[in-house]
Design a protein around this ligand. Structure first.
Ligand SMILES: Cc1cc2nc3c(=O)[nH]c(=O)nc-3n(C[C@H](O)[C@H](O)[C@H](O)COP(=O)(O)OP(=O)(O)OC[C@H]3O[C@@H](n4cnc5c(N)ncnc54)[C@H](O)[C@@H]3O)c2cc1C
Length: 596
C-alpha cells in the first residue's frame, strides 16, 4: 500500500518565507488568511488527503467507473462519500469570491491544497478541479443570471462542471469542430453533436452536471472564428433554482484507458440539448481560455503531485530494501546487505526527483500568487505585470511539470526494481496516472508552440524581458556573496543560454517558421530549467538567512544541498537545449513524409 504525507512544511516555507504572502495583505481575502489560519487549513487539507482520499486511490484504479445501460455512470466505492466530505468542507470554494458562496482566500492556498489532493488521488481530484475551471469561465464571461444560477451550486459541490471541446475529428485544432447550435425564439440554443474524451462527463457524485460546450452557431464562419461557448446543464434548472426536466445530453460510453480509471472519460451525445450562450457569439474561445488556463495550471500541479507521491514511496523503499554493499564500505554490518539508499546511482535518482519537486512547488506557489495579483489587485500596473507572468508561465509549467512528472514517476518506479513493475506496490499506477497530464489540456508539443509563437513575442516580448530582468537583477544583487556563488553563477550561465536562444529565435524564426517549430520543445525546457534554477536560488537565499538568524535545521540544510545538486547535475542541460535549438530545422524537415 503506497504512503503519502502532504508536504505542509515545504508549502509553509514557500508561503511564509520565500514569497512572504503577508506582503500581499492589501489584496482582498488575504488578511482573512493570516499564518495561523493558513497553518490550520493546510493541516486539515493534509489530513483529508492522507486519510480519506489516498486510501481510495487504489480502489478507484481497480474498480474504475461503470456505465449502466440507461447511461448512468457510477464511480468507485467510497467516492460519493469522499466527494460529499470535500464539498461540505468548503474545499471546492476555498478561493472563490464570498458572494458566490466561496471563502475568497488566496489562490496560492488552493493550489497547495490541489497538490495534496492530486498526490493522494488524482482521478478523484479531477471532479472538483473541472468544476472549479467551469465556475471560473462562468464568473468571467457568464451573464449575471447564469452566474447566480450555476456558480453557488457548483461551489457547494451540489453540481459539478465539465469542459467539452474535443470531437472525434478535432482535438488540438478546435477550428474543425462540428457540434451545431441553433438559435431558438426564446434566446436559448439547441445543441447537437458528439463530444469525446469528456472528463467527469457523467457520474453519480452530484445531482446535476453543468457542461460548458464549444459549438458552431448555424451560419457562423468556419474555423476557430465561428466557435461559441454554451452552458448546457444535464438537468434543466427552473427559474426558482429547483431541478426540472432531463436535458438532451447523455453519456454514450466511457473509455477504457491507461490510467485515472476512477475518473469517467465519456463520449457525450448532445441531441437538441438546450443551452445558453456564454459571452458573445463566435467568441467562444475567450471564455474557454479562462477555463483552459485555469485547467492548465491544475494539470501542471498534477505532474508535480504524481512526482511527489512517487518520490515519497521510492525513498521509503530505498531505505528498507537491502541489496549489495556501499562502494565506500559496509554501512549496515548487522544486516545481510546495505539499504539501496547508500548507492550513488539510487541517490542520484532520488535527488533528481526531489530537486525538481521542491523547485516546481515553488514555481506553482509563485505563479498562483501572481494569479491572485492579476485577479485582485486594484493597481492596473501590478495587474498587467502579473498577467504577463501568468501568460508566459502557463505553457512552461503545463509542459515542464507534466513531462518531468511522468519521467519522475518512471524513475521512482525504477527504484523498486521488478517490484515497481508489478501492481502490488502502486508504483505502476503513478506512472499510468501521470501519463495523461502530458496529453490533455493541449498536448505538450503544442504548449511549446504557444510559448514560442504567441507568449514570447506578445507585446514586443514584454513578459519575457521582465522575467529575464528579474533573474538578472537577483544574480546581480547576490552574485558577490561567496556563499551564494555556487547557486548564482550557474543561474547566470543558464540565463545567458536562454537569452542566446531567444535572440536566435528572433533572428531565425520569422524567415523560416519551421525553425521556431523545431526549437519549441527545447526552448520550453530551457525556459523551465532557468525558472526552476531561479526558484532554487531564491529558496537557498531564504534558507541561508534563516540559518544565520535562527540556526540550522535538517529541513533548511537539505535545501542548500538539494539546491546545489540541481545547479550541478540538472541545470547543465540548458547548454544541450541551446545547442539543439541553434542547429535549426534543416535535418528535422528534410525527409519527405513517405521516407519515415
Ligand atoms: C483521459 C482523457 C481526458 C480528457 N479530458 C478532456 C475533457 O475533459 N474535455 C475535452 O474537451 N477534451 C478532453 N480530452 C481530450 C484532450 O484534450 C485531447 O486528446 C488533446 O487535446 C489532444 O487532441 P487529440 O487527441 O485530438 O490529438 P491531436 O490534436 O490529433 O494531436 C496528435 C499529436 O499531434 C500533435 N500536434 C497536433 N497539432 C499540432 C501542431 N499544430 N503542431 C505540432 N504538433 C501538433 C500533438 O501534440 C499530438 O502529439 C481528454 C483526453 C483524454 C485521453
Amino acid at each position: 500500500m503506497p504512503i503519502y504525507k502532504a508536504p505542509v512544511e515545504d508549502v509553509s516555507f514557500l508561503l511564509n518565507d520565500v514569497f512572504q504572502i503577508d506582503r500581499y495583505d492589501n489584496l482582498p481575502g488575504f488578511s482573512d488568511a493570516p499564518a495561523d489560519v493558513r497553518e490550520a487549513i493546510l493541516g486539515e487539507a493534509a489530513k483529508l488527503s492522507e486519510e480519506v482520499l489516498q486510501p481510495l486511490n487504489r480502489v478507484g484504479d481497480l474498480e474504475g467507473c461503470t456505465r449502466h445501460d440507461d447511461g448512468r455512470v457510477t464511480t468507485p466505492k467510497g467516492f460519493k462519500e469522499a466527494f460529499k466530505q470535500v464539498a461540505e468542507g468548503g474545499w471546492l470554494g476555498l478561493s472563490v469570491p464570498t458572494e458566490y458562496g466561496g471563502q475568497g482566500l488566496p489562490g496560492a492556498l488552493t493550489q497547495a491544497v490541489n497538490e495534496f489532493q492530486c498526490s493522494a488521488n488524482m482521478a478523484f481530484a479531477m471532479y472538483g478541479g473541472l468544476t472549479m475551471g467551469a465556475t471560473a469561465a462562468l464568473m468571467v464571461h457568464g451573464k449575471p443570471e447564469q452566474k447566480s444560477m450555476f456558480v453557488p451550486k457548483m461551489v457547494a459541490g451540489e453540481w459539478t462542471g465539465t469542459m467539452n471541446l474535443t470531437e472525434p475529428q478535432c482535438g488540438t485544432d478546435l477550428g474543425l469542430l462540428r457540434t451545431k447550435a441553433v438559435k431558438q425564439a426564446d434566446g436559448s440554443y439547441k445543441i447537437s453533436g458528439t463530444k469525446i474524451f469528456i472528463s467527469a462527463g457523467e457520474h453519480d457524485l452530484a445531482e446535476n452536471i453543468i457542461h460548458l460546450v464549444l459549438a458552431r452557431i448555424e451560419g457562423a464562419p468556419s474555423g476557430i472564428k465561428g466557435v461559441s461557448l454554451f452552458v448546457v446543464p444535464k438537468v434543466l434548472v427552473n427559474a426558482d433554482g429547483s431541478l426540472g426536466q432531463r436535458n438532451g445530453v447523455s453519456c454514450g460510453s466511457i473509455e477504457h484507458k491507461m490510467g485515472i480509471h476512477a475518473n469517467s472519460t465519456c463520449v457525450m451525445n448532445y441531441d437538441s440539448a438546450t443551452g445558453w450562450l456564454i459571452g458573445e457569439e463566435n467568441k467562444g474561445m475567450q471564455g474557454m481560455f479562462v477555463m483552459m488556463n485555469e485547467a492548465r495550471l491544475g494539470v501542471a500541479v498534477q505532474g508535480l503531485a504524481q512526482s511527489e507521491v512517487a518520490y515519497q514511496n521510492a525513498v521509503a523503499y530505498a531505505r528498507e530494501r537491502l541489496q549489495g554493499r556501499a562502494l565506500s564500505g559496509v554501512k549496515a554490518p548487522d544486516k545481510p546487505a546495505d539499504p539501496i539508499i547508500v548507492h550513488p546511482d539510487v541517490r542520484r535518482t532520488l535527488l533528481t526527483i526531489r530537486a525538481f519537486n521542491e523547485a516546481a512547488r515553488a514555481m506553482v506557489v509563485w505563479t498562483a500568487l501572481k494569479g491572485d495579483v492579476a485577479h485582485r489587485s486594484s493597481d492596473p500596473k501590478d495587474r498587467q505585470a502579473a498577467d504577463d507572468h501568468m501568460g508566459l508561465m502557463t505553457p512552461v509549467m503545463k509542459s515542464m511539470l507534466t513531462d518531468a512528472g511522468f519521467a519522475n514517476a518512471v524513475q521512482a518506479q525504477q527504484m523498486y526494481g521488478g517490484h515497481g513493475y508489478i501492481a502490488e506496490h502502486g508504483m505502476e499506477q503513478f506512472v499510468r496516472d501521470a501519463r495523461i497530464a502530458m496529453i490533455y489540456e493541449g498536448a505538450n508539443g503544442v504548449q511549446a508552440l504557444d510559448l514560442v509563437g504567441r507568449k514570447l513575442p506578445r507585446d514586443g516580448g514584454r513578459a519575457a524581458m521582465s522575467f529575464f530582468g528579474e533573474v538578472a537583477g537577483f544574480a546581480k544583487e547576490h552574485g558577490a556573496d561567496e556563499a551564494m556563488k555556487p547557486y548564482v553563477a550557474p543561474l547566470s550561465a543558464a540565463l545567458g543560454h536562454l537569452q542566446q536562444a531567444t535572440t536566435w529565435l528572433m533572428q531565425n524564426a520569422l524567415t523560416r517558421p519551421d525553425n521556431a517549430g523545431a526549437a519549441a520543445s527545447d526552448y520550453l525546457h530551457l525556459f523551465g530549467l532557468v525558472t526552476l534554477a531561479y526558484m532554487w536560488a531564491r529558496m537557498v537565499k531564504v534558507a541561508r538567512d534563516k540559518i544565520a538568524s535562527a540556526g540550522a535545521t535538517p529541513y533548511l540544510t537539505s535545501k542548500l544541498v538539494t539546491g546545489r545538486f540541481f545547479m550541478e547535475r540538472m541545470l547543465p542541460e540548458t547548454s544541450v537545449h541551446l545547442a539543439r535549438i541553434q542547429t535549426g530545422c534543416a535535418t528535422t524537415m528534410e525527409l519527405a513524409a513517405d521516407a519515415f
